[in-house]
Design a protein around this ligand. Structure first.
Ligand SMILES: Nc1nc2c(ncn2[C@@H]2O[C@H](COP(=O)(O)OP(=O)(O)OP(=O)(O)O)[C@@H](O)[C@H]2O)c(=O)[nH]1
Ligand SMILES: [Mg+2]
Length: 457
């Protein structure tokens, strides 16, 4: 957090952090030597937030060192902090939500490491998990580098079957653990600067994915178009060479089915796992029918091996090839025939439909409850007492509802009520009916009490 570090050095530290701590951070320990006046710690705290993003604040703990000097003074850390001379330390601790630990690096006091770990564990629990590197990168890409998916970005969409290596390729291009590997469930965009290019990568769930229904997959594929407005420059179809020949599934058809045949014009095949093949095997595969068929439909291909992924030159070559391919396509990005407005409308309509069926389900639940109450009232009536008049049933539902409700149909036939008759009593609100039935129930109970009182008298 040295203020002398320039932007490039800071960016390098970020990259290293992201790749080395992909599982996230449980704690950020700010070490402060005790008994020395606070120098620029507050500034450092501010820098940490700028560096990691504001969400990191909950994970910072002060680790005071030189605890031995405190022992020499025969003082406990709490006592030391409370002293009026140490308002600077108090302020620092307060800024870190009161989280601190004192360490004696000289004497290696027994249990001090365990206690520190307990505290960090406690902090992790309180924060419901680690601080994820994505939180830092989100902050990084949005606030620090100020990148957004604008029309100047090179917009790459990764497509392929599950496990083909889409997320890994996305990470290799961006040079950081931008995407979580294995079983991607949602389309996601990550941005970065590679060389002199601003790149937006959209990772997607795999085709023929058993964890998503066809409808969910379709939804995630449509999300791509919203994520990379004005449209993808290239669909990178990632194919794992290890499983390519045995795979019977037709991925090209799947792309056509989802995005239309026009999508193939900007689709480039990227074969991964080249390192697992000998030169001869690769040559045989290249002259095979299946390979030719795929490449002819998609018009361009590139191959990359696992070892190449961490090699910046290989990634640069891949990006050059992609740009060359885009130029060959007259820089025409993919445009969906379904315009964003109607896509949004479709999503809204779908949401409305879901909401309507949810309301209907709730309504049905309420009606069933009302039915139960009716039966309950009837069963509490003494033998010979008057049953509800059929009209009371009408009060509770509209014609259509009654006709659709099988339980009520049973009641209708029981009371000899015709559908036409019910039709005359249309659109009466449920709450109102509920109230009337309750009134009847109370009335019945009251009558029962009066009769009982009469008998007793
Ligand atoms: N040997 C080898 N392993 C790879 C390669 N690419 C990815 N893998 C591994 O294959 C597994 C799946 O890779 P992912 O990048 O998550 O695959 P994906 O296509 O994103 O998978 P889904 O998200 O499930 O659709 C991971 O364990 C990767 O480390 C490759 O080129 N060679
Ligand atoms: Mg994935």
């Amino acid at each position: 957090m040295d203020s002398d570090l320039n932007e490039n050095q800071l960016a390098m530290i970020k990259e290293q952090l992201a790749s080395r701590c992909s599982a996230g951070l449980s704690a950020v320990l700010l070490t402060v030597p005790l008994l020395k006046p606070v120098q620029n710690e507050e500034e450092i705290l501010g820098n940490i937030e700028v560096f990691f993003g504001p969400e990191v604040q909950k994970y910072i703990m002060i680790l005071f060192t030189h605890g031995d000097e405190l022992e020499d003074l025969d003082k406990a850390i709490d006592e030391h902090l409370k002293h009026t001379d140490h308002t600077d330390l108090q302020r620092l601790v307060t800024e870190c939500g009161g989280k601190f630990h004192c360490f004696n690096n000289k004497k290696k006091v027994e249990g001090q490491v365990e206690k520190l770990l307990q505290k960090t564990e406690g902090m992790k629990k309180e924060n419901r998990g680690n601080f994820l590197m994505e939180q830092m990168q989100r902050h990084d890409s949005m606030d620090v580098l100020n990148l957004s998916c604008d029309s100047d970005d090179l917009r790459i969409v990764l497509l392929g079957v599950s496990g083909a290596g889409k997320s890994s390729i996305g990470n290799a291009i961006l040079g950081r653990e931008a995407f979580k590997e294995s079983r991607t469930r949602e389309s996601e965009i990550q941005r970065g600067r590679v060389g002199d290019r601003n790149i937006s990568i959209i990772d997607t769930p795999g085709f023929f994915n058993t964890h998503l229904t066809d409808e969910e997959l379709q939804e995630q594929m449509m999300k791509i178009l919203d994520l990379c407005d004005p449209g993808p420059d290239v669909f990178l179809l990632v194919i794992n060479l290890e499983t390519f020949e045995e795979d019977e599934r037709n991925i090209v058809e799947k792309i056509e089915e989802i995005f239309s045949v026009r999508a193939l014009k900007i689709t480039m095949v990227l074969f991964t796992g080249r390192e697992l093949m000998s030169k001869k095997e690769w040559k045989n595969l290249k002259f095979g029918e299946k390979f030719e068929d795929l490449v002819s439909k998609c018009r361009a291909y590139h191959e990359i091996s696992r070892n190449d992924e961490s090699n910046q030159i290989c990634i640069k070559n891949l990006l050059n090839k992609i740009e060359e391919f885009i130029k060959q396509n007259d820089e025409q990005h993919f445009k969906s025939k379904v315009d964003p407005v109607s896509r949004t409308r479709k999503t809204k309509e779908k949401k409305k439909q879901e909401e309507n069926s949810r309301i209907k389900e709730q309504e049905n639940g309420r009606q069933e409850q009302t039915m139960l109450e009716t039966f309950e009232i009837n069963s509490t009536m003494e033998e010979g007492a008057t049953l509800f008049e059929p009209e009371e049933l009408q009060l509770r539902k509209t014609t259509t509802d009654i006709c659709e409700d099988t339980v009520l149909q049973g009641m209708i036939s029981l009371y000899g009520l015709s559908h036409e008759r019910i039709g005359e009593e249309n659109e009466v609100k449920t709450q109102e009916n509920h109230w009337k039935i309750r009134q009847k129930k109370e009335q019945t109970t009251e009558e029962k009490h009066l009769t009982q009182a009469d008998e007793n008298f």
